[in-house]
Design a protein around this ligand. Sequence first.
Ligand code: SF4
Length: 279
Amino acid sequence: MVQAMPTVVYNIPVHLVPAYRGREVLVRSQDPAALVQALPDGDLAQLVGVQLLSLTADVDVLADWGYGVPVDLVMYSPDSEFPLLYRHAKLLDKHPVRVSIPALPGLFKAVKVASALRFPVKLEVGQPEPATIEALQSVLDFYLHHPSVSQPVEFFHTSLLSFYNQAPVPLWDVQEEDPAYVRYVTDDGRETIARRPVGLRATGDLGCFVAALQQELLAERGECYECEFFEHCGGYFKWPRKDYACSGVKTLFSILRDASVALRHDLNTWTAARKGTGQ
Ligand code: SF4
């Protein structure tokens, strides 16, 4: 049987829209007007979403754009940009909107504001240093336990579900960074991995990039070889620096795993209680 080729989504700058016509695209720009102009009515069949690279641009044009197109608001400096999220709340009336927040100073504050505004969040974690791990732990605690959180905070949300369902989803997929499925096309038209900070380049065959890295990591018998979270992570934190020490990120995975166990226990208790009362 012939296996279907996986569909690749290309994250392209807005000026490359004509060159990528007919392929699935995520189109990025600093200028909302440029997005609307480049993607007129009838040209949206292959549009997966748009990425807005500036939070200071005039968003009214997107708010009036009546397509229900997924919008990814890309933050660069959580510490200074978090107040700018308020002016984007109106986009939710027309589009599904997500905020991508890098693990930098101000992370927790930005997540709390995004969450209060009911934006789903994607954390861009990279290879976090110990101080950042602390901030991520605060965010994780907030996501797991704060009653006001109603929207997913990724990667925590999908990882928690994958522990709960015992159906691991590697972080490469959760973070939309496996270049077999998602490719970042640079402003000068070169395809690479979709991980910020921009400038990192994956080399070799992008279709096999993750599989090849995993093979290397396991063959080297390093930290990944014995890692209990390999199925949920997939060696994600060993790129680009293979010598990155994972004790901090393993703590995050442990908290997620324990939370999934607690969730299952609570659900079982609740189900048993319901049966007991005949409800
Ligand atoms: S947490 Fe670290 S050691 Fe474990 S699988 Fe991921 S990258 Fe490898």
